[in-house]
Design a protein around this ligand. Structure first.
Ligand SMILES: Nc1ncnc2c1ncn2[C@@H]1O[C@H](COP(=O)(O)OP(=O)(O)OP(=O)(O)O)[C@@H](O)[C@H]1O
Length: 117
């Protein structure tokens, strides 16, 4: 927990992803940390207390004419280095950069990214 990295947890339905994350979320909350829990669908987000959809949590643009959900931040942009540099993560990277940079002295600093497909 002291050396955070993005963690991708994958697995077929019912294989224990939620079961694995619940104790981790609980441990982070017990330490006074604020895990931001989001999923690509509301159905999946509802599995987690406080879970939100990615488009709600990170302002992922939703545009039925643009299925690629690309933000204006380029993948090679400094602002995209916070998260994995793929178009899907650009809004997330943008949001995290916006939170982390001005908030160095603020206790609200996201550190771990658990990606659930
Ligand atoms: N290691 C385990 N030991 C005991 N029970 C487990 C374990 N892993 C999962 N389970 C149980 O299996 C069921 C399915 O697990 P879980 O909901 O975590 O799967 P999931 O991968 O998140 O599923 P989904 O993709 O449908 O959201 C749950 O009832 C959970 O309690």
């Amino acid at each position: 927990m002291d050396n955070p990295k993005p963690v991708h947890i994958d697995g077929r339905a019912g294989r224990g992803k939620t079961y694995c994350l619940y104790p981790l979320i609980g441990a982070l909350r017990k330490e006074g940390k604020i895990p931001l829990i989001s999923a690509s669908s509301a159905f999946a987000a509802k599995n987690y207390p406080g879970g939100r959809t990615e488009h709600f949590q990170y302002g992922v643009p939703v545009d039925e004419n643009n299925p690629f959900l690309e933000s204006a931040i380029g993948t090679k942009s400094d602002r995209a280095t916070v998260g994995p540099a793929t178009s899907r993560y650009q809004p997330l990277a943008h949001t995290l950069a916006g939170i982390i940079e001005p908030a160095r002295n603020f206790p609200f600093r996201p550190k771990w990214i658990f990606e659930l497909p």
